[in-house]
Write a protein that binds this ligand. Structure first.
Ligand SMILES: Cc1ncc(COP(=O)(O)O)c(C=O)c1O
Ligand SMILES: [Zn+2]
Length: 409
């Protein structure tokens, strides 16, 4: 498989020791071992000039090409990835306990989650490398998005999911024609199995924690938010965390947006995990990273062994952000409050950030006078079974006016 770093990519650098390389296949640090994940570093000059070109570019995530790891437009998928809407949500702000709130609805991507940003980069690079197939393990969204974007480019995909992946996500995989391996185990075991199988095959590994290029797609959510809000960028950006790749990308995108001059300074990022799967919250508090079993109704962040701990912890620390864990009960509360107060329906992991903001305000981490952007990372229709537990019930009636009026009285 061939792959080359374009000239605007300076190097890949180890997040632990800083080792630099221009070998595009060096995905973990030869000195630090598997914990030494690599980060893509770009030349400064193109980024500093990026804003000049933005007005003439299509509104999708590829508009930030100065900080994306390839140049070949011919490989871009035909489906629109990115430029998802941002809306003001004053009634949600009231519930969260902050002065102002905006919601970025990343459930409006092609397969209905933020993961499309990363999968699209993965598919472009897989095609560039001439791989015969792309593979990943996923709690569900990375899987369905890989299947979707790969289908749009005619690239075969093999996807490993844990047996508890919600049915709508599995339906997406099958509909998009992926080869689906459903593993009778949790996500952490599924991830190990996928890595072991992929290592023996001529497949392109889309697992975001290992493949250094995928975070580059995720970060575009922040570049967009910065461009959409400009100097109205809120004080905090809240996002939920499983493996840690998304939050690492969110911070990196905000940093690049600030360097490019899209925003004055980097906002603080609130990283939110479910209480039953919060090793990164613990690590931020104690300095000890101790993976363990995971339990949460928010399947997408039900991760006991986060695969990108250092990138995530370093990123949140760099922006003077904060970590917080939230209970399943508070996620369920947010699952109804966010849509009713903003018009945006997110899956449990998609709105866990809101539960986090509310808890952070109550804990005095976020000031009541602050403004907040909530990244809704996955669409609510991804997990209707959980939504129906808290949404209430329809009023069942016979088909007559009297029956309706009686039932409504
Ligand atoms: C909807 C949603 N939100 C948040 C996350 C967390 O992202 P990460 O695992 O990169 O931390 C995921 C990951 O699957 C997700 O699907
Ligand atoms: Zn290293």
């Amino acid at each position: 498989m061939t792959l080359a770093l374009p000239s605007h990519v300076e190097c890949l650098a180890c997040v632990l020791c800083g080792l630099q390389t221009r070998d595009p296949w060096c995905w973990t640090c030869p000195d630090c071992g598997p914990a030494g994940r690599m980060d893509v570093r770009y030349a400064d000059a193109p980024l500093l000039n990026m804003t000049k070109h933005l007005a003439s570019r299509p509104r999708d995530q590829w508009r930030y090409r100065e900080v994306l790891p390839f140049t070949d437009d011919a490989l871009l998928p035909p489906v629109q990835v990115g430029w998802t809407p941002v809306s003001r949500a004053p009634r949600l702000a009231e519930w969260l306990g902050v002065r102002e709130a905006v919601v970025k609805d990343d459930g409006r991507n092609p397969s209905a989650s933020l993961k499309d940003r990363a999968s699209a980069v993965g598919v472009v690079l897989a095609l560039q490398a001439g791989s015969e197939r792309i593979a990943c393990a996923s709690t569900g969204n990375a899987a369905s998005s890989t299947a979707c974007i790969a289908a749009s480019m005619g690239l075969p995909a093999t996807i490993f999911v844990p047996h508890r992946a919600p049915a709508p996500k599995v339906a997406q995989l099958l509909i998009f024609g992926a080869q689906v391996v459903r593993v009778q185990a949790d996500y952490d075991t599924t991830w190990e199995l996928c890595a072991a199988v992929t290592a023996q095959q001529p497949w392109f590994d889309r697992n975001c924690a290992v493949n250094p290029y995928l975070v580059e797609g995720k970060k575009t959510v922040s570049l967009e938010l910065a461009e959409q809000l400009g100097q109205d960028m809120p004080d905090w950006v809240a996002v939920s965390v499983g493996d840690g790749c998304t939050v690492a990308g969110v911070v990196k995108g905000l940093e690049e947006a600030a360097r490019a001059g899209l925003i004055r300074s980097v906002p603080r990022v609130l990283a939110v995990q479910a209480e039953g799967a919060a090793p990164l919250v613990q690590a931020a508090k104690t300095g000890l990273f101790e993976p363990g079993p995971a339990q949460s109704i928010a399947d997408s962040i039900c991760v006991g062994t986060p695969r990108n701990p250092h990138k995530a912890l370093q990123a949140v620390a760099r922006c003077d952000g904060a970590w917080i864990a939230v209970s399943d009960a508070s996620i369920l509360e947010a699952l109804v409050e966010v849509p009713r107060r903003s018009g945006v329906f997110g899956e449990p992991a998609g709105i866990a950030g809101a539960a986090g903001v509310r808890a952070a305000v109550q804990a005095g981490i976020i000031d009541a006078g602050a403004s907040v952007a909530l990244l809704v990372t996955g669409n609510g229709l991804k997990d209707t079974a959980t939504a129906l537990q808290v949404a209430g019930s329809p009023i069942d009636v016979e088909p007559s006016v009297d029956a309706v009026l009686t039932a409504l009285a």
